[in-house]
Write a protein that binds this ligand. Structure first.
Ligand SMILES: NC(=O)c1ccc[n+]([C@@H]2O[C@H](COP(=O)([O-])OP(=O)(O)OC[C@H]3O[C@@H](n4cnc5c(N)ncnc54)[C@H](O)[C@@H]3O)[C@@H](O)[C@H]2O)c1
Length: 385
């Protein structure tokens, strides 16, 4: 079994180290901050104690998992690793510097992977002489609990290295999907309307946060409504992802951020972590009640859902991933109750086109343009599955 190196011991790096150690690998975890390493070690001990309590592992197994991770104070400790997964600060210049240093330390065949959420894998790979062994391996937070991992080959990556990376992550009992090296990969691109269209509906004064969340959960079967979820993720983080994707798509209006979220982030109303976001999280506050008007709820749900379907269809149209992987990514990565393309079939492709065209006619905004794929399928009377 290859030795696994993890660079960066923050929320993601420490979680990925745990996953690799649980899969039986010897893991080397390195961070420039010794406090981050101490914290990661303490956090893992706590998690293991909880897993013992729940009966998921016994004490001996928990000790073995912890002993498999060594905490390094220099990158040279990666010398014998078969793969190194980088999970440091989201900054292209720093990542490029780190990858070119890694190449000097690691063997010629070591796979060098980045957990970046928003940077170009090709740009990171370009910092290496042997760019063909660089790849994106994108875990979701928290890595030990979220089943999905997006594998993102750069245009420089060889198929053989992509296969190796995918097989390795599959052996860690994760669900892998292959995504093209484009902004937001699959999940962070296709999920944009879940937040964006909900915010737009609110800004138009059609419904308040609680009503939109109710429509999405009670009528749509989603586990969390968009405002509850944004409060959970943090409005600062979610806003930044939206802004980054918007800029990366050359300001395509489909991904335009909302002032409502920007103001919430600026006000420090970040969500659960700050005690207040779209909702208040202090104990004595009564939560706002939704307006359970069924027709209104169905309209809200359909508008958000059809925008999600349109985004998923467009991702397929532009070959970002296969239809199986697009549906899998949304069900396993963000817990959607159904794959969006399967949902499109169920709703009727023609109905999706009509709904998009009605939105477009109403607003005359490019944001509501229908995916050419949906239009073609409706004309041919075909379905995704
Ligand atoms: N947090 C998420 O939800 C999430 C999800 C998927 C991917 N990501 C991506 O994962 C990466 C890490 O995110 P995070 O949330 O774990 O960040 P974090 O801030 O929790 O941790 C980053 C760690 O990297 C360390 N670090 C910084 N520069 C370093 C260097 N040159 N060498 C070694 N260590 C260094 C820091 O000390 C810190 O401990 C980012 O690229 C991010 O975009 C984050």
């Amino acid at each position: 079994m290859i030795q696994v190196g993890i660079l960066g011991a923050g929320s993601m790096g420490s979680g990925i180290a745990q996953v690799a150690a649980q899969a039986g690998h010897q893991v080397v975890l390195f961070d420039t901050q010794t406090e981050a390493l101490d914290l990661a070690q303490k956090k893992l001990a706590k998690i293991m104690a909880r897993l013992i309590e729940k009966g998921r592992v016994n004490e001996a197994e928990a000790n073995e998992i912890q002993e498999r991770i060594s905490y390094a104070n220099a990158m040279e400790a990666f010398a014998d690793c078969g793969i190194v997964i980088e999970a440091i600060v989201e900054n292209l210049e720093i990542k490029k510097f780190v990858f070119s240093s890694l190449e000097e330390i690691c063997g010629a065949n070591t796979i060098l992977a980045t957990n970046t959420s928003s940077l170009s894998v090709a740009a990171i790979a370009a910092s290496c002489k042997n760019a063909e062994r660089v790849i994106g391996i994108h875990f979701f937070n928290p890595a030990p609990l979220m089943p999905l991992v997006e594998i993102i080959p750069a245009i420089q990556t060889t198929d053989a290295n992509t296969l190796l990376a995918r097989e390795l992550i599959n052996s860690w009992k994760k669900v892998t999907v292959i995504a093209k090296d484009t902004p937001g990969f699959i999940v962070n691109r296709v999920a944009r309307p879940f937040y964006g269209e909900a915010l737009r509906i609110y800004e138009e004064g059609i419904a308040d946060f609680a009503t939109i969340d109710w429509a999405i959960t009670a009528l749509g079967g989603f586990k969390m409504g968009p405002f509850t979820l944004m409060d959970f993720i943090g409005n600062d983080i979610n806003y930044t992802v939206t802004e980054t994707v918007f800029a990366a798509f050359y300001f395509d209006p489909r991904y335009k951020p909302a002032f409502t979220q920007k103001r919430h982030a600026e006000a420090g109303w970040l969500g659960r972590k700050s005690g207040r976001g779209y909702y208040s999280y202090s104990e004595d506050i009564e939560q706002p009640q939704p307006n359970k008007d069924h027709a209104l709820g169905e309209d809200i749900l359909w508008r958000i859902l059809v925008m999600l379907i349109n985004e998923a269809a467009d991702a397929l149209y532009f070959n970002i991933a296969s239809k199986r992987d697009i549906d899998l990514a949304m069900t396993k990565g963000v817990n959607y109750p159904k794959g969006l393309l399967a949902w499109a079939d169920e709703k009727g492709i023609d109905n999706c086109v009509k709904a998009m065209d009605l939105l477009h006619k109403t607003y005359l905004e490019d944001r509501y343009r229908c995916s050419p794929l949906l239009r073609k399928m409706a004309a041919e009377n075909s379905t995704f599955y």
